[in-house]
Write a protein that binds this ligand. Structure first.
Ligand SMILES: Cc1ncc(COP(=O)(O)O)c(C=O)c1O
Length: 383
């Protein structure tokens, strides 16, 4: 079996990750922040260590600004539901995931939010001129994916942050696809709110993601999504305002957060630049191999320096499901076909409504895996 579906989730998980999860259950199984006993303290420490590792990864001084959620989807809902007041205007790109678009469409209907879409070209590149002109109308928030989950195109979030700030808007970045493989220095890039997924490039287990609040972001602007017990300030029936408790009610997924901590420490040990170089080399190999095949069309920039290792393609005359089925059932190559929860991106790329086949590489992918995929695609494309 060859796993080329890293954009959906990373697999296999490193032994360090599963070891950390087992160790949490066996040695730190108390409820963090709730009781003063040793198991509770050990659980709290494991979770704090993950916050510290994530803060280091995004160059933030205060680990308490790292908020854990169930996944990136929940963190995106927290940002949009918690920030946008009735009538607010928000800008987003034309290649966003439904984790951004569905909450926005809901807020459009329920709170009268004005949602304007910034144009991306047919390769998924953001039109900065269009962003500039749309920022001429007062805007509260710009929310952008860091890289397309379909065709991998990287968006210029640093430039977008500068433009948003000059216009008095905040910038939120959906880094579900990129934290762990692209450098993400929140201070340097000027990101106010950064959403991440724990189970993709960070190598953690499913069931954990989060939101990082930038140094300059005032949490008074952001309402929590969920309120309840935090183990802190229990004498009050009102939600605490301290971080991260304001946004973390209920018993957290300590096992998952401990596993994520191990994944993030591995990224830090390898270096994001190393991970990115691995990703780029495989992406280039795949793109070059596919370029020599007949009947295959690749979507996106087609250049490793402009994208992450998500390759979107169609085979002329063959339904994407059929191609995916042949890759999997005949050859054991696991891809993802269809719309990838991103109909807007497919409309932009011109692949709506059928979608495309997406091959995505990751930490454990080898050059041999890529060559095997190219060989199978060669047979499919000629059949
Ligand atoms: C760009 C993007 N945003 C958000 C999400 C949602 O991530 P999660 O599965 O962690 O909720 C995904 C998942 O594929 C994604 O690719």
């Amino acid at each position: 079996m060859i796993y080329l579906d890293y954009a959906a989730t990373s697999w296999p998980k490193a032994p360090e990750v599963t070891d950390a999860m087992l160790a949490f259950l066996e040695k730190a199984g108390g409820n963090p922040g709730r009781s003063g006993h040793s198991l509770s303290i050990a659980a709290g420490r494991a979770i704090y260590e993950t916050r510290e590792a994530l803060a280091e990864l995004v160059n933030l001084d205060d680990p308490l600004r790292v908020i854990f959620t169930l996944n990136a989807t929940e963190a995106l809902n927290l940002v949009l539901m918690g920030l946008l007041k009735p009538g607010a205007r928000v800008l987003t790109s034309s290649i966003e995931h439904n984790s951004v678009m569905r909450p926005l469409r809901h807020l459009q209907a329920s709170r009268g939010i004005d949602v304007a879409t910034v144009h991306c070209d047919a390769q998924g590149r953001l039109d900065l001129g269009d962003l500039a002109s749309k920022l001429n109308t007062p805007t509260q928030l710009v929310i952008l994916t860091h890289a397309s989950n379909v065709c991998g195109t990287i968006l210029p979030v640093g430039k977008a942050a500068a433009m948003a700030h000059a216009a008095g808007a905040l910038l939120a970045v959906d880094a579900a696809q990129t934290l762990g493989i692209l450098p993400l220095d929140m201070r340097e890039l000027g990101i106010d709110l950064l959403v991440f997924s724990g189970h993709k490039a960070l190598g953690g287990p499913p069931g954990v993601g989060g939101l990082v609040l930038g140094d300059g972001f005032d949490p008074a602007q952001l309402e929590p999504l969920v309120r309840g017990g935090t183990g802190s300030r229990s004498e009050h029936e009102e939600q605490p305002t301290s971080l991260p408790d304001k946004y973390e009610s209920g018993t957290p997924n300590g096992v998952g957060i401990a596993g994520l901590g191990a994944g993030v420490r591995m990224v830090l040990a390898d270096g994001v630049a190393e991970r990115r170089a691995h990703d780029c080399a495989l992406c280039e190999r795949l793109l070059q191999g596919i370029a020599e095949l007949p009947n295959i069309r690749v979507y996106g920039p087609g250049r490793p320096d402009e994208q992450i290792g998500n390759i979107a393609l169609t085979v002329a005359g063959q339904h994407v499901s059929e191609v995916g089925w042949q890759l999997d059932q005949r050859e054991g190559i696991l891809s993802r076909v269809g719309l990838h929860c991103a109909p807007a991106a497919h409309r932009t790329l011109g692949t709506f409504p059928e979608g495309c086949v997406r091959l995505s590489v990751g930490a454990a992918t080898t050059a041999g895996d890529v060559d095997a995929a190219i060989a199978v695609l060669a047979r499919i494309s000629r059949s």
